[in-house]
Write a protein that binds this ligand. Structure first.
Ligand code: AMP
Ligand code: MG
Length: 353
């Protein structure tokens, strides 16, 4: 007696499922990316990098996050870039009216923060330093002659945090027609914060955002450990990432660095830093070679790092002590060119090797 072939609906279903997986596997694989993804581009005269170490993400979602990041950076540049003559800040700078000028909330936010730090530093940090930056020619970087003392004195008369006020949340007022703003010392950090906030609102839990070395992290790195970041040795002419002074872990906070070794201007065989001491009108010439600041957000870290380049190291550390959850590393060059450093009390806790 021949046996009837047995029909099992369960087996057929499994078979069909197996076939579907076989057919669609290459397609699904192509749509989803590995655990850690990265994108970047150019902004603010430098690079930016975003790393996301979340569970598998579709290519479509990654493309959307990249596009949102680019859009945000374009908006921030349209507000804060002094290199763009059509930006909101450039229009404020060239407008000589001393009545309130309607600007944008971003510009007011960063200006308010920078003016506050200017008061805290007794004017060592000053977002109204632009006439001096212009005079020294760091914007066009050509081998310029050293400005005449009379021109330095004249530019200094248009510099001072008291010359610009925030008016409500979306307007700025200058009390002298020649006063102008330069927020380059804080803009990258502000950009990092805005990108990180956007990514966190889009449910990214493990994120690293870097604009030209100003970095903020959230959550964990791809291996599940804290994000580790190398601080460079401040040697002129070193390529990015070439030599590490030390490596630190940055957990749910920001690190920003400022130095006299990458951005400078040469005249008569002497190197001049792009950071100016508004109190003298001259580029800084102290023993501080580089500063790194750890802070809860990147705008504070970026601004404080520049401020500490101008200040005496002890005064810099005293300022850091007034800011919560903020640490600093000040690298100084001694007479023989060797590096020594000063660290705020809890800086060492972040060192990872
Ligand atoms: P950073 O690279 O963040 O240290 O910022 C340096 C930039 O800040 C310079 O290129 C100038 O545009 C601007 N800057 C220079 N000196 C000062 C200062 N004393 N206070 C505020 N901003 C400054
Ligand atoms: Mg800075």
């Amino acid at each position: 007696m021949s046996r009837k072939p047995s029909y099992s609906p369960k087996k057929t279903l499994f078979g069909l499922l197996f076939l579907a997986v076989l057919v669609f596997y290459p397609y699904l694989r192509a749509q989803y990316l590995p655990r850690s993804v990265e994108f970047g581009g150019e902004t603010m005269g430098t690079y930016y990098t975003v790393k996301i170490a979340d569970s598998r993400m579709s290519k479509r979602r990654l493309r959307a996050l990249h596009a949102n990041t680019q859009k945000l950076l374009q908006e921030i540049n349209a507000d804060l870039s002094t290199y763009d003559p059509a930006s909101v800040i450039s229009r404020f700078n060239s407008n000589t009216n001393t009545t309130p000028q309607l600007v944008t909330e971003s510009l007011v936010t960063v200006t308010r923060h920078a003016l506050k730090l200017s008061r805290e530093t007794g004017g060592a940090f000053d977002p109204t330093v632009r006439p001096l930056v212009d005079l020294w020619g760091f914007y066009n970087k050509q081998d310029q002659p050293i400005p005449a003392q009379a021109d330095i004195d004249s530019a200094r008369r248009s510099v001072g945090a008291h010359l610009i006020q925030t008016t409500g949340n979306d307007a700025l007022t200058k009390s002298k027609s020649t006063a102008s703003l330069d927020l380059s010392a804080s803009a990258k950090g502000y950009g990092v914060d805005r990108i990180l906030q956007m990514l966190v609102s889009a449910d990214c839990a493990n994120v690293y955002v870097d604009i030209g070395g100003e970095i903020r992290t959230r959550g964990k790195s791809p291996g599940g450990s804290a994000w580790r970041i190398a601080i460079e040795t401040p040697v002129p002419g070193t390529a990015l990432g070439e030599s590490h002074y030390l490596t630190i872990t940055v957990e749910d906070r920001a690190i920003a660095s400022s130095g006299d070794y990458r951005n400078f201007f040469q005249a008569d065989g002497k190197r001049y830093s792009h950071i100016i001491d508004p109190r003298t009108g001259y580029p800084i010439s102290n023993t501080v070679a580089a500063v790194s600041v750890l802070a809860p957000d990147c705008m504070h870290a970026d601004t404080l790092a520049t401020a500490l380049m101008v200040m005496q190291p002890d005064a810099g550390l005293a300022l850091i002590a007034q800011h919560t959850n903020t640490e600093a590393l000040i690298i100084m060059r001694d007479a023989s060119g060797q590096f020594q450093d000063l660290r705020s009390p809890n800086f060492n806790a972040a060192i990872s090797d």
